[in-house]
Design a protein around this ligand. Sequence first.
Ligand SMILES: *Cc1c(COP(=O)(O)O)cnc(C)c1O
Length: 341
Amino acid sequence: MEKKNIDWGSLGFDYMQTDKRYVSNYKNGAWDAGCLTSDANVVITECAGVLQYSQSCFEGLKAYTTEDGRIVTFRPDLNAERMEDSARRLEMPVFPKERFLEAVDQVVSANAAYVPPYGSGATLYLRPYMFGSDAVIGVKPSHEYQFRLFATPVGPYFKGGAKPITIRVCDYDRAAPHGTGHIKAGLNYAMSLYAIMEAHREGYDENMYLDAATRTKVEETGGANFIFVTRDQKVVTPKSNSILPSITRRSLMDVARNYLGLEAEEREVYFDEVKDFAECGLCGTAAVISPVGKIVDHGKEICFPSGMEKMGPVTQKLYDTLTGIQMGRIKAPEGWIREIK
Ligand SMILES: *Cc1c(COP(=O)(O)O)cnc(C)c1O
């Protein structure tokens, strides 16, 4: 198969329209058969539930070319399951896991010419999403929904390697204790835009959100979970019902235990103890891990011993191992890699 004429090395994290996307509609209590389409536009009523009351959820995953030239996705079953959870919490019909996986396979296969070559640092980003598509003016769930999945090639999240970033402790809250922080809903992002732009205006790369109830415990950033490394090389990640369960983070905890022989624990992390950690990173599909060099809490700085030049040593090992598994250089645990035929 001939690849598109794209300068893979200069791709950013931006949308580029590709040839095919998957669409399925839910009507009269059932999903239709679904199909691939060349039409990149969505046409819906002005009164659609998604436009009025933000009834929508989404997922994000990637397809890669492995070292031996296969095209694979990484743990798409977990994206499918998470989207089922998101749908239930938003009173949306579940798009079945098997169909989700089928849609991923079809879209990647139909856009194989856009899957960046091994070694380019670029990947094919996949965006499944679902929204209420029929008219609702009284506040209630939609009756009709659309599931879509498109693909867009994206560059390496960090050009020229991952430099540690500086984040601030944020005065706004991301998620309420019994709210929607644990699902991947667009509404969680809409309300984070003000906080992230304010952080950027003040010279920070990201926000660290604390728990809304007590503001003493670490939650996550707007779109990535935290991992910390203790001075005696234990990997720690915050536990909370209002954190989005990152697939990257769950995978890194497994990698720490089963590949690196490290202790790894998910527990409540008080902000007061953050100064005692040796390393800090943010994890998500887009960048895998972004190292954090400095956290600023209203003028008070926490500088990690790993510094501002490179990732800490344990973070680097976690990164190298997980990306090695994804790119087929390291043997993956059973079921982590789904090959696209
Ligand atoms: C998507 C997302 C993450 C990262 O999850 P991955 O499955 O690792 O991509 C973390 N936090 C939030 C709020 C997210 O929406």
